[in-house]
Design a protein around this ligand. Sequence first.
Ligand SMILES: [Zn+2]
Ligand SMILES: [Zn+2]
Length: 195
Amino acid sequence: MLNGLKEAPNCVTIRPIGPVEEYILEYLSEFIAERCNIKCLIDSEIEIPEFVYNKTRDQYNSKLIIKHLIENHPVDTNKFIGVTNIDLFIPILKYVFGIAQIEGNYSIISTHRLYPEFYDKPSNPGLFIERTKKTALHEIGHTFGLTHCRDLECVMHSSARIKDTDIKSSFFCPTCSDLFKWYSHEKYKQAGQIN
Ligand SMILES: [Zn+2]
Ligand SMILES: [Zn+2]
C-alpha cells in the first residue's frame, strides 16, 4: 500500500433493507454502474432492526440503521447503499430522503417519500424512478467524498423538499463530475494504486 491510501473501490453493493420491489433495485443497479463507471451488485435483503423504529415519530432513525449496518455488515473499501421503503429521519429533521457517510462506505435511501402518491398526486412510475435514481446517486456521491453543490440542476444539490429533487437532474455538473472521477479513480492511479 502506497501513501497510506486504501485501495480503490471497485464495486457498489445495493442491499434492500426490508422488502423492496425487485425492479427498483434493478433500475438502480444499471443506473449506478453506468453513471459511476463502477460495478454494481444487488445483495440479499437485510431485516429492519426493531430498535431503529421511533414510536413517537412513527419513523425510523437513519443514523441507527447506518450504525447497525456498519456493525453487522462490514465492507472493505467498497461502497454500500441500503434501499428501503420505510420513512427515515434524523433527530434534527422531520424526514430525510437518504443519508450517507461523507467519504465513508455506507449510505441509505428511502423510497417512502418519492412516490407521487405520498403527496396526493396520481401514480407516475417514471417520475418515481427518476427521483429514486437521483436520490441514490446523490448519496453515493457523498460516500465518494462529494459535498453539496450550489448548482440547482446538479444531482449533488441538496434536497430538503421533493421539489428540489424534481428540479435537479440525475447528472453531476461538470465540476462534480470531475471531482467524482478524481475521488473514484484518479487519486488511486496517481498514488500508484491502480493502472
Ligand atoms: Zn446530501
Ligand atoms: Zn455539482
